[in-house]
Design a protein around this ligand. Structure first.
Ligand SMILES: Cc1cc2nc3c(=O)[nH]c(=O)nc-3n(C[C@H](O)[C@H](O)[C@H](O)COP(=O)(O)OP(=O)(O)OC[C@H]3O[C@@H](n4cnc5c(N)ncnc54)[C@H](O)[C@@H]3O)c2cc1C
Length: 379
């Protein structure tokens, strides 16, 4: 354990409340795992969300389940999850070595013989479980050391990238709307004609691009194509509840009621105020004109913008803004029923260091708990 305190990452999870699991059925759990859900079958059936909730409760922290089956401590303090885990460590007399960085793993005859600490100390061991996490939020100690050791030991490591991460965008009009949160919109993302992502929910404009729940989920789905292609087109349906015809009728009505007004004043009834100048700019509309001069083509363009507001995604933000790391130690090299390396019998990998990642909602921590539990049990 590198840091001087336990639970540095747990402390920042779930906006400080730690959404420690998702109390859904296990079959629904798999649907929320983005990479390699099948690998998790044994882990989740051995120690799933229900077991984790019981474990936290048994160790003195009451829990509650909120919207979307997200489980939290009743206190809303992530530190109470760490407290429960610390109690269990104490009850089982686990020796915790704080401020102790592992610098290397030594093997001989396909067996780990010892781990080397940063101060040069060698610790001999019968078994090693690597739970060093991914590359996200490195100040918590997750700096990808396990990935480095895996490569050195001859395991395959799939390409890593930030996931559940905000996205950079190209157009200069996006940052002018920074701080604007859109609720009940539909976001779709395309690789040329192919739709990669299409979902309904909330998103946010920022000084660099876009963020918010819809965007974070999208990043996990589009990340690899985005890195290959360099940029992808995205569209926001700002009025998903209205068909194009219904929306056109609504606009015609609004226009008829305001024939001598300016377009911007009518748009304010349809859009958040910081989007109004952006619409006027994209439409290349002279706002000193009155509504009665709006042409049919201009009205069609307005409809297009409302149903498919366009922007270009140019990249993923950095690991330091990413909730998880996508990619990692290839699950092909790991036995899913024990978490042991197929080639090195006394070495196991668990949690985010593996090529496993899921959507938000408590799934990523549960992956760490479930794989950790099964690895321990198997030893
Ligand atoms: C801001 C944020 C919010 C999140 N919120 C949630 C949430 O609410 N719910 C959810 O399910 N998931 C959430 N996640 C994701 C979740 O925290 C991770 O998926 C999970 O912590 C991974 O667990 P892990 O044990 O595999 O790795 P980590 O939690 O990353 O732990 C790795 C540990 O290994 C230690 N370590 C690394 N290298 C060495 C070394 N060389 N020597 C010694 N020790 C080392 C690190 O110090 C660290 O303690 C969030 C992540 C972030 C960044």
């Amino acid at each position: 354990m590198k840091k001087r305190k336990l639970g540095k990452k747990i402390y920042i999870t779930g906006k400080g409340r730690c959404n420690f699991t998702n109390a859904c059925d296990i079959e629904d759990f798999f649907k929320n795992v983005v990479s390699n859900p099948k690998f998790l079958y044994s882990s989740l059936y051995t120690f799933g969300p229900e077991s984790m909730i019981d474990f936290i409760e048994m160790n003195g922290t009451p829990t509650k389940v909120e919207r979307g089956n997200r489980a939290f401590p009743v206190s809303d303090h992530a530190s109470d999850i760490t407290k429960a885990l610390e109690k269990a460590l104490k009850d089982y007399s686990v020796k915790v070595m704080l401020r102790t960085e592992v610098s290397d793993i030594l093997i001989s005859d396909n067996k780990v013989t010892s781990v080397v600490l940063a101060d040069g100390t060698k610790m001999y061991c019968d078994n090693v479980i690597i739970a060093t996490g991914g590359l996200s939020y490195r100040t918590t100690g997750s700096t990808g050391d396990g990935l480095k050791w895996a490569k050195k030991l001859g395991l395959n490591v799939t390409e890593t990238r930030p996931a559940l991460v905000p996205l950079n965008t190209k157009e200069s009009y996006i940052p002018t709307m920074q701080g604007l949160a859109l609720k009940n919109v539909n976001l779709s993302i395309y690789n040329e004609k192919k739709k990669l992502y299409d979902s309904f929910g909330e998103m946010l404009f920022t000084h660099f691009g876009v963020s918010g729940p819809l965007v974070l989920s999208a990043s996990s789905i589009i990340g690899s194509t985005l890195q290959k292609k360099g940029s992808l087109k995205a569209y926001i349906d700002l009025k998903p509840a209205l068909s194009r015809d219904d929306l056109e009728n609504r606009i015609l009505r609004d226009f008829n009621d305001n024939l001598n007004k300016h377009l911007s004043s009518v748009l304010r009834g349809l859009l958040p105020s910081s989007m109004v100048p952006v619409f006027i700019e994209i439409m290349d509309f002279d706002d000193s004109r009155q509504i009665n001069s709006v042409t049919k083509e201009e009205r069609a363009l307005l409809l297009d913008l409302l149903k498919a507001f366009p922007f270009t995604i140019t990249g993923l933000r950095d690991y330091n803004e990413a909730i998880v790391t996508q990619g990692g130690v290839s699950v092909k090299d790991i036995d899913p029923s024990t978490l042991k390396c197929k080639n090195i019998d006394n070495l196991s990998f668990v949690g985010e260091v593996l090529d496993l990642d899921a959507f938000t909602g408590g799934f990523n921590l549960q992956i760490a708990w479930s794989t950790g539990y099964l690895a321990g049990l198997s030893i």
